[in-house]
Design a protein around this ligand. Structure first.
Ligand code: UD1
Length: 423
């Protein structure tokens, strides 16, 4: 099994270009199924999750060409050949559920095996399904020997007012895509406000949809009978941005990040400053400079956007291990997102946690150990810990990391990280 070998690396220094956003491109690719015309998405990151979405769209009859050299993906689903996605693919990635909305909108039918992905909590899809029902679909749960399925069917989709009990990113995206083609006006209240939602709304509007209010908690969608193909450049990945910002801070280095949107990582910038890290920003770059800094402890509470992102929680935990004093992290978005704690503790971290609250005492000199990437962002946090630890850190289950970071090792090495892949 492939693993990463990470050695203490000293201050990381240099310039990196941020890739297109994984979490933005997956719904855009799914949205391409809403039309029989061709869609082109530029800056698509070459990632395992993107490959899974390519395979999913291919499996229902779409033609997908991903030019990895130019990061451009061309998608054209002239005819839908299958109403559902193969169960093995859906199990590989939770974002597979995003194909349900477009399939339902385009053909009146959608079936999917209950999705997999990172094991960070129960992660139900009840809000997606309740929304489909509000828009006129019937939802049926099915089972065979291997999988649980969910099927949605509708003779006619009709606009409706939907209130989300929680501002779920995936549910907001799925429901926006269905409502685009439902008859009449829909509103999504308590909608997610993430930049990925705004990117999807922009993409849908270029396809001819009428979506207003994306980026606020109320989205208004006027249904249209048909959508057309379009070309779009995906937004930069704010979690990749945040991860490299944390890497610079943890190693007391200086990294300039190009193609980075400071507004999308505002809480991360402000928390870094609170810890004593200098962060400079401009229209499309961010410079993090922690050379010679003594970092201070701080408290973090993860929240839906514009709050502190849950996808940056584990990387910040590693950072706070290098800061002086007692820090607390409260995770409010997912109920089981502290799996990295046990791994960091193997490296000498001594983090205590109960329920959704973790206490971190710093600074701690971490020691290299054999650890496992239990999920995507936890894996990134362990790489960051390995950079600051004494000795050698061996990380397995790295396929999780490769699901979400484009050319991760290459980029890390470009700023001086001592990391290599083995096996
Ligand atoms: C997306 C991101 C993921 C990020 C998360 C929160 C993608 C591909 N993934 O995931 O990286 O960590 O947003 O920022 O964009 N929930 C329900 N019922 C539902 C849907 C969600 O209870 O029907 C709960 C989840 O269990 C979780 C919380 O809502 O506790 C947030 O989930 P959600 O915002 O839906 O996350 P995803 O869209 O899966």
């Amino acid at each position: 099994m492939a693993k990463y070998i990470v050695e203490n690396s000293g201050p990381l220094e240099g310039t990196l270009t941020i890739s297109g956003s994984k979490n933005a491109v997956l719904p855009l690719m799914a949205a391409s199924v809403l039309t029989d015309e061709k869609c082109v998405i530029c800056d698509t990151p070459a990632l395992r999750d993107v490959d899974v979405m390519c395979a999913l769209i291919g499996s229902i009859g779409g033609s997908v060409q991903f030019h990895e050299q130019t990061n451009q993906v061309e998608l054209e689903t002239r005819n839908i050949l299958l109403e559902g996605a193969p169960s093995e693919l859906a199990q590989k990635m939770r974002a597979s559920v995003l194909i349900m909305g477009p399939l339902l909108a385009r053909t009146g039918k959608a079936k999917i095996a209950l999705p997999g992905g990172c094991a960070i909590g129960a992660r139900p899809i009840d809000l997606h399904l309740k929304g489909f029902q509000a828009l006129g679909a019937e939802v049926i749960m099915k089972q065979d020997a291997n999988f649980d399925y969910v099927e949605a069917r509708a003779q006619k989709l009709v606009g409706s007012d939907i209130y989300l009990d929680f501002p779920s990113v995936g549910a907001t995206e799925n429901l926006m895509m269905v409502a685009c083609m439902a008859q009449g006006v829909s509103t999504i209240q308590n909608a997610a406000e993430e930049p990925e939602i705004v990117d999807l709304a922009n993409f849908l509007n270029k396809m001819g949809a009428r979506v207003k209010g994306a980026g606020t908690d109320t989205i208004r969608i006027e249904g249209v009978p048909k959508l057309k193909g379009t070309k779009h450049v995906v937004i930069p990945d704010r979690i990749e941005t945040g991860t490299f910002m944390a890497a610079a801070a943890i190693t007391r280095g200086r990294i300039k990040l190009e193609n980075a949107v400071a507004d999308h990582v505002r809480p991360v910038i402000l928390k870094l400053r609170e810890c004593g890290v200098a962060v400079e920003e401009d229209d499309d770059f961010i410079v993090v400079d922690a050379r010679g800094s003594q970092l201070k402890a701080t408290n973090i509470k993860t929240l839906p956007y514009p709050g502190f992102p849950t996808d940056m929680q584990s990387q910040f935990m590693t950072l706070l291990l290098t800061a002086k004093g007692k820090s607390t992290i409260i995770e409010t978005v997912f109920e089981n997102r502290f799996m990295h704690v046990a791994q960091l503790n193997k490296m000498g971290a001594r983090i205590k946690y109960e329920d959704r609250r973790a206490s971190i005492e710093g600074p701690k000199q971490l020691k290299g150990a054999k650890v496992s990437a239990t999920d995507l962002r936890a894996g990134a946090a362990l790489v960051l810990a390995g950079l600051a630890a004494s000795g050698t850190t061996e990380i397995d289950e790295i396929y999780h990391i490769e699901r979400g970071y484009e050319r991760f090792i290459e980029k890390m090495r470009a700023v001086g990280a001592n990391i290599r892949m083995e096996g």
